[in-house]
Design a protein. Structure first.
Length: 363
């Protein structure tokens, strides 16, 4: 059983320079893709009442309201279902937003990245800073209360003061959630073959991140996950489901899911996805008990609350303190881990080297 759904909309008007996600700028296949999505959902979804439904991309706002209606009506939606749509801020209008709201969409996530128009152009974004301001205001006017924006730090030529300006601008808007991402240049993106000049070094990125923690706290945002900050009671329920290591469906090209102890991913190209029939999954892996435990640790440390010793002991029939004593002692002594109220959590300095710490827990 899974009560959470991710749907991948793999279309964009153009690729951003840092993007290595599976997305395509050719929109001719959109109608055929939606039909295949319907088939996949009908085949696998077991009619559970949903806690969360998340449209990611790509650019989900490429879909029209009728497209969204076609997909959303396939699911068992309740009045408590969190329905999130990722939107690019340019070219939004009040009719489109009203249409989303009428379908039960109650959470919008905007790809802002920065409020610096020169930086936006340098990373291949189509929108301007005023587009974000207008999109937030329009969404508020339509009655959307649960709004999130994404910001990227470590952009070309960006310094700590620049990022502070972005943070204050975002935090001062009528939004409830902010996600922060350090710029990563992965294989397959434009920047991988056309490296930008004047990239901030790792120390500057770390300073930007620590600055964000302080500024957003001052504006009433709770730091509840490594990359995520929310006003009280506005944490992303969908993403918390991932970090709690619970099950979820993934529908669409390149989507990942986790059902009945099996992690899977779908085909990453249209030809195979359209031909897949009842075999959409490119990859399936039955997660072993040890892998489940390691995932629980990896995901648990992403949450600022950390790992509950009592809960993990009960769930996996282990003595967490004893099993991982050398690692726990090592990082508590170094100041990267702390134990409070039976929860182990990363400190601020621990977050900055979290990949190194987590690697020690993997057998």
């Amino acid at each position: 059983m899974a009560q959470n759904v991710y749907i991948h909309i793999p279309f964009c008007k153009q690729k951003c320079h840092y993007c290595s996600f599976i997305s395509f700028v050719d929109l001719k296949l959109k109608s055929k893709y939606i039909e295949q999505l319907k088939s996949e959902i009908t085949l696998h979804y077991q009619k559970e009442p949903l806690k969360t439904l998340y449209f990611g991309g790509g650019t989900p706002s490429i879909l029209n309201i009728e497209d969204f209606e076609t997909i959303i009506t396939l699911f068992n939606i309740t009045q408590n279902t969190e329905i999130t749509v990722e939107l690019n801020p340019e070219n939004l209008n009040i009719e489109y937003l009203k249409g989303l709201k009428s379908l039960g969409v109650n959470r919008l996530s905007f790809g802002c990245q920065t409020f610096d128009d020169t930086m936006l152009k340098s990373i291949g974004r189509k929108h301007s800073s005023i587009d974000v301001v207008n999109a937030i205001e329009l969404s508020n006017n339509v009655g959307f209360e649960n709004l999130s924006v994404d910001l990227i730090y470590g952009l070309p030529a960006q310094n700590v003061k620049d990022f502070e300006t972005d943070l204050v601008k975002a935090a001062s808007m009528n939004i409830k959630h902010i996600s922060l991402y350090g710029l990563k240049i992965d294989e397959g993106c434009y920047f991988a073959t056309h490296p930008p000049a004047k990239l901030p070094d790792s120390d500057s990125q770390a300073e930007m991140y620590l600055t964000a923690i302080k500024i957003l706290k001052n504006y009433g945002f709770e730091h509840y996950e490594i990359s995520n900050f929310a006003k009280p009671n506005y944490q992303s329920k969908h993403n918390l489901n991932y970090w709690d290591n619970n099950s979820y469906y993934g529908f669409g090209i390149a989507a990942h899911g986790y059902i009945s102890g099996i992690r899977y991913s779908n085909f990453e190209d249209f030809d195979n996805y359209f031909k897949s029939g009842d075999k959409q999954h490119l990859y399936e892996h039955e997660v072993t008990s040890q892998e489940q435990l390691e995932e629980e640790i990896f995901l648990g440390f992403r949450k600022m609350q950390g790992i509950c010793v009592e809960a993990i002991n009960t769930k996996y029939n282990i003595d967490f303190d004893q099993k991982y004593k050398p690692i726990l002692d090592k990082y508590q002594y170094s100041g990267h881990l702390e134990l409070e109220d039976n929860f182990y959590r990363l400190t601020e300095s621990g977050i900055l080297v979290s990949n190194t710490i987590l690697a020690d827990f993997i057998e």
